[in-house]
Ligand binder design. Structure first.
Ligand code: SF4
Length: 112
């Protein structure tokens, strides 16, 4: 495995295809990360070495690292996604930081 030279965020993104409406907003915001496949649903792309085409990860729920230069675009996509099905999580512990399951405020539990 080669080291990633791109600046990394420690975050990865995945899509719940069962909820995807196929409107393509994510692919407009971050075309280097999201793409619609021929089934009309959005998938994430694996990072590709410079000059090579990124591979579309068509396994349901596949995740891809979020490069730092694209973080804002990915977060905007998660925010605007009408299906509420773009999830951005920390690689280290799997905590969702942007998306429908992200906690509004930091905390360790849901106790009122
Ligand atoms: S923005 Fe959300 S609902 Fe729309 S295509 Fe992308 S993942 Fe699917």
């Amino acid at each position: 495995m080669g080291a990633q030279n791109e600046q990394v965020t420690g975050l990865e993104v995945w899509i719940d295809q069962e909820l995807c409406t196929g409107d393509g907003i994510c692919a407009q915001y971050a075309p280097d990360v999201f793409e619609l496949d021929i089934d009309g649903l959005a998938y994430v792309k694996a990072p590709a070495p410079a000059g090579e085409e990124a591979e579309l990860l068509t396994a349901p729920g596949a995740s891809a690292p979020v490069p730092l230069p694209l973080l804002n675009d990915v977060v905007d996509s998660a925010r605007e996604c009408p299906g509420e099905c773009i999830h951005v999580r920390r690689v280290s512990d799997g905590t969702e930081v942007h998306g429908p399951d992200a906690a509004e405020a930091p905390g360790t539990g849901n106790t009122p």
